[in-house]
Design a protein around this ligand. Sequence first.
Ligand code: FES
Ligand code: FES
Length: 152
Amino acid sequence: MITLTINKKIHKIDADPNTPLLWVLRDIVGLVGTKYGCGVAQCGACVVHLDGEAVRSCVTKVSRAQGKKVVTIEGLSETGTHPLQKAWLDLDVSQCGYCQAGQIMSAAVLLKENKNPTEQDIDDAMSGNICRCGTYLRIREAIQLAAKQQEG
Ligand code: FES
Ligand code: FES
């Protein structure tokens, strides 16, 4: 049995310790906001936070999450009003939406570490999150808007 803290709730999980965290989140816990894209750490669709760090849950063994705090898009803010989520809505960032949870989770770590990122900082931090719909410009604008809202 593996004990995980996900979005502040404790879950007892009956899974092989080598199971990817993503499978546990989606198939066992039922948190389907985190997406499966490539499965090989290339696209960023599956990014969640592990003790505040952005990790790719498709290649993270569930055993690594034991004793750490896992946060998924469902737990980023209790009310869905994190500055990034608000900026995403204000600027209508999503297209098909598939990559966007991973994008927001990566952006949240960036904004925590860098309150006022430049365009280059944003491009560097977000370069591992692929969007097949090409929403990159709106993503960058939304991160800048969220940074401003965080300041104010
Ligand atoms: S699904 Fe994990 S990086 Fe693509
Ligand atoms: S919005 Fe469609 S993949 Fe990014």
